[in-house]
Every structure is written in C-alpha cells, then in structure tokens.
Design a protein around this ligand. Structure first.
Ligand code: KG4
Ligand code: ZN
Length: 353
C-alpha cells in the first residue's frame, strides 16, 4: 500500500511517500526559516501562503523520486491538527482534493501521532508497548503507547514546552531564529558548572514538567552578567543542562513505572545532542532501551504523516472523508486518572505559593 503524506502544520512543508511493502520511498521538505527570520518567529499568514506555493511542487518531486504515478497511490494522509489553522487548511484541502479526484481515502492525522510513531522509520525499531517522550516547540508530553491509536497521557508541561523554552531563552541571549539549534550550538562552547539553574518540578512526584520559570531564571542571570560575552555560552550550557536533566529524569521514571523497558524520543528537541548523550547513558544504567527517529525526521516532516496514515489503513481505522475540518488545538491522549489528579494537585500548590 502506497500512502502520500502531507505536513503543513507550522513552518515546514513536508511531503513523503511510504510504501508498506518497501518502506519510505521518498521524502522532501521545504523549510520556511528564511520567510520568518526577519520577524523572529513564525508569521501564520506568511506560513499559509508559502505552503500554498510549495506543496504541489514537493508532491511532484516525491512522486518522481519514488518513481510512482498519482494513480498508483492508495491513500493520502495529511496533518489535521494541532497547528496553525490557515497552514493546516492548505495541506488538508490539497490532500482531500487530490484524494477525491483519485477516489482514494483521505486520512487526517494528529501531528503528535506522526512524531511519536516516527522512530518506527528507523532501524532497529521499538515494539509496542512503549513510552514516548514528545518534545517539540508546542508540546512536552510523556505518553504510554500501547498500539497504533492507543495513547495514554502520563504527564505534560504545565506551561511552556521544552522547545518553546529553548526558543525564548535563545531570543533573550540575542540568538536568531530558530533558537533551539542556535542555543545548543552556543552551549557546546560553554563551561559546565559555572552557573546552575533550577531543575523545575524534578521532585514533584508526578510526570509533569514546567519550563517557564527556568527561562525567567536564565533571563535574570543574563541581566546580572551584563555585557559579559563569555557568560552567554555558560548560561546557554546551564540552561541546556537543566532542561536535559529534567527530561531525562522524568522519562526514566515513566519507563520504570510502566515497566515497558522502551523509550521513544520524538519531536524537534529530540535532535538535541546532549539530550541524546545523557539519555543513552541513563538508559544503560537503568536497563532500558531508547529509540530515536532518523535525525532528519526529528523535526516536522511528511514521512511521519505518511507512515501514521499507512498504519491507520493497516489497522482498518476509518478514513476522514473528503470534507475536511482542521483542529488547531487537539489532545492526542486523554489523561489517565493519575495524571489528572496530579495536575490538579500541582495547580493547587502553584496557587498557594
Ligand atoms: O517538532 P518540531 O519541528 O516542531 C513542532 O511541532 O513544534 O520542533 C521544533 C522545536 C523548536 O522549538 C526548536 O527550537 C527545537 O524543536 N529544536 C531544538 C533542536 N532542534 C530543534 N531544541 C534543542 N536542541 C536542538 N538541537
Ligand atoms: Zn512537530
């Protein structure tokens, strides 16, 4: 079965072709970094317009690379949410229009489902069930994945996502957009241990996160250091170490608590080198396995959407029809009772202090 995947939820246009018999046949990506750089962040209207220009040429390129004709396709998957409404509508309308013309199923996929299944495109691949750490610009979640379509939220950030904290901290350190990779590069040259930033919620007793205070602590530290250029790299290093320690600790707790013995890391922050190093070390000590998508599939891409769409078809999950709706906000997994209780507890304790 050959499934075309189209991703347009934010600032990357991704198209790919996944074949259930032969694996990933082709994938192509257009990054809008240059479109948004001057504004220091993603401008939704410009994102939508650029997706409109890029999707069809990318579809042609992917089909040519895969030596596949439109009429060979068995289904078309697209990101139906969460993301920017206008950007999502571009992918949804093109996918549903093409699918209707070809009389094949159109499949609306949850963007995070794409991310958390993306390590299946690497080798070796995890076996169900596993725990997924989703760390992107908009989400930081620990999810128990029992099978395709069976997701349980174990914990999540109460405020900023890890990628968002990377981006905001990069901005306050005077780094350009996109901030996460730039901050990681600056941190490489920083001295470990010169500064120490807090490890938010490390001992909260649940699997939730909080990163907005860490960003503020980095801001105060940067202000206190004034114009000391050398201090920027050391602050970046301290920030990265704090985020990585919290992500590694909570992920380890989640894997040990579920007893699944496998952790999948997905989303843009999963490309972070220090996170991978520290996590791999901890996994060796604690006796579990960690799986990552191929590095180029950590950030947004069409391959993960094509793969998720193919899995929906393989499980005989219903297609979406040609009348599309997009979901800018959309929960992938309903929280389990423990997560809900602990979130309420945290909210109460935040209100008290
Ligand atoms: O998954 P993704 O491409 O888009 C979303 O769905 O959000 O993730 C983008 C996020 C951005 O916040 C970006 O700064 C962060 O991933 N990121 C990184 C690195 N590469 C991307 N953060 C830290 N270190 C990196 N190497
Ligand atoms: Zn993403």
């Amino acid at each position: 079965m050959k499934v075309l995947g189209i991703e347009t939820s934010c600032d990357d246009t991704g198209v790919a072709l996944y074949d259930t018999e032969r694996g990933l046949r082709a994938h192509a990506l257009h990054s809008q970094t240059e479109v948004h750089r001057a504004y220091g962040g993603v401008v939704p209207e410009l994102a939508s317009r650029d997706h409109i220009r890029r999707v069809l040429p990318l579809v042609r390129r992917v089909l040519a690379q895969a030596e596949c004709a439109l009429c060979d396709l068995d289904a078309i998957a697209y990101t139906a949410g969460p993301g920017l409404a206008g950007a999502l509508l571009v992918g949804a309308s093109i996918a549903c229009g093409l699918a209707r013309a070809l009389q094949i199923p159109a499949i609306g996929v949850h963007h995070l489902e794409g991310h958390l299944l993306s390590p299946m495109l690497a080798s070796p691949r995890p076996q169900f069930p596993f725990v997924a750490l989703l760390v992107s610009g908009g989400h930081t979640q620990l999810i128990e994945v029992a099978a395709v379509g069976h997701y349980r939220l174990l914990g999540e950030t109460l405020d900023d996502a890890a990628g968002e904290a990377f981006d905001k901290t990069a901005k306050l350190l005077g780094l350009g957009y996109p901030g996460g990779p730039a901050l990681a590069r600056l941190a490489e040259g920083g001295t470990s241990g010169r500064f120490r930033l807090p490890r938010p919620m490390l001992a909260s007793g649940d699997l939730n996160f909080s990163f907005s205070g860490l960003k503020t602590a980095a801001l105060l530290l940067a202000r206190a250091q004034g114009n000391d250029e050398g201090a920027r790299a050391d602050i970046a290093r301290a920030f990265e170490e704090a985020v990585v320690e919290v992500l590694v600790e909570k992920s380890t707790q989640a894997v040990l608590a579920t007893g699944h013995g496998q952790l999948v890391v997905a989303g843009g922050v999963g490309a972070n080198r220090r996170l991978r190093e520290v996590l791999n070390q901890r996994a060796r000590e604690a006796g579990f396995r960690v799986f990552y998508p191929p590095v180029e599939l950590c950030t947004d891409n069409g391959a993960m959407i094509a793969y998720a769409g193919a899995m929906h078809r393989a499980q005989a999950m219903p297609a979406s029809g040609y009348r599309y709706t997009v979901f800018p906000r959309w929960d992938l997994a309903l929280p389990g009772p423990e997560a809900t209780r602990s979130r309420r507890r945290t909210a109460r304790s935040t209100a008290r202090h």
